[in-house]
Design a protein around this ligand. Structure first.
Ligand SMILES: [Zn+2]
Length: 239
């Protein structure tokens, strides 16, 4: 009986390990382009250019605060908006566009797309497009919620004209870390071609204050801040 339970327990640990390994393979991304799924995490470039990206908004308090910081610093960012939030605050999306930032797709409802059928994935993309239609140009970039994707999702997104974009610098701002920790996460990890992940889907967040400091520090290091679409123009193929 005892032996049996040990066996059962070790079988259980083995299963947990195997599932964990499979998940990490599933979510693994290569540094730049994953040739099979064409997912962008950062750009190989010798130019000191980086893109700040902001996910999950618009939020009626956090997003205007971020827009204020970006205006003050005359910097551009890319907003991966959520359809259900853009639907409630189309005026904030319109303001974001008017102030020269890029609007990109984070799908409609933040469901994990790898758990959905193809038809449901397409619906998630289309519903956001319909919400954005009156207030923003059709987005060309797509970031799957929680970074959860597979080849099928990337292919479906590509068919609808999207390049799938993840990130290379995770600030952890959504966990409401202190401002200094968010700033440090960027300064410790930034490289030419980095894509920085920040958020505006809740309130309060350290994001507006941290972003203001990050922009100053990056510029002091000679970095230029661009949108993700602009960043793609700096892609250099090594020979
Ligand atoms: Zn998200």
């Amino acid at each position: 009986m005892h032996k049996k339970s040990v066996l059962r327990r070790s079988f259980f640990s083995f299963t947990v390990l195997a599932v964990g390994l499979m998940c990490s393979i599933l979510y693994q991304t290569v540094d730049v382009f994953d040739d099979k799924s064409r997912v962008i995490k950062k750009i190989p470039t010798t130019h000191k250019v980086v893109a700040i990206t902001v996910d999950d908004g618009p939020h009626y308090k956090t997003t205007p605060e971020i827009l204020m910081v970006l205006k003050e610093k005359q910097a551009k960012a890319t907003f991966f908006v959520l359809g259900k939030n853009a639907e409630v605050h189309p005026e904030i999306v319109a303001q974001t566009v008017a102030e020269g930032h890029e609007i990109a797709s984070h799908a409609y409802s933040h469901r994990r797309l790898n758990r959905l059928t193809d038809a449901e994935v397409v619906d998630e993309l289309e519903r956001l497009e319909l919400v954005l239609q009156p207030v923003a140009p059709k987005p060309t970039l797509f970031r799957p919620p929680d970074g959860a994707y597979n080849d099928g999702i990337v292919a479906l997104a590509r068919e609808r004209g999207y390049t799938t974009v993840l990130w290379s610098v995770d600030t952890g701002d959504w966990r409401q870390l202190p401002v200094e920790r968010v700033v440090k996460a960027v300064l410790d990890n930034v490289q030419p071609g980095s894509i920085i992940l920040m958020h505006d889907g809740q309130y309060p967040l350290p994001t507006p204050q941290a972003m203001s400091i990050i922009i100053d520090k990056l510029r002091a290091q000679g970095y230029q801040l661009v949108t993700v679409s602009e960043l793609l123009q700096y892609y250099e193929v090594s020979r």
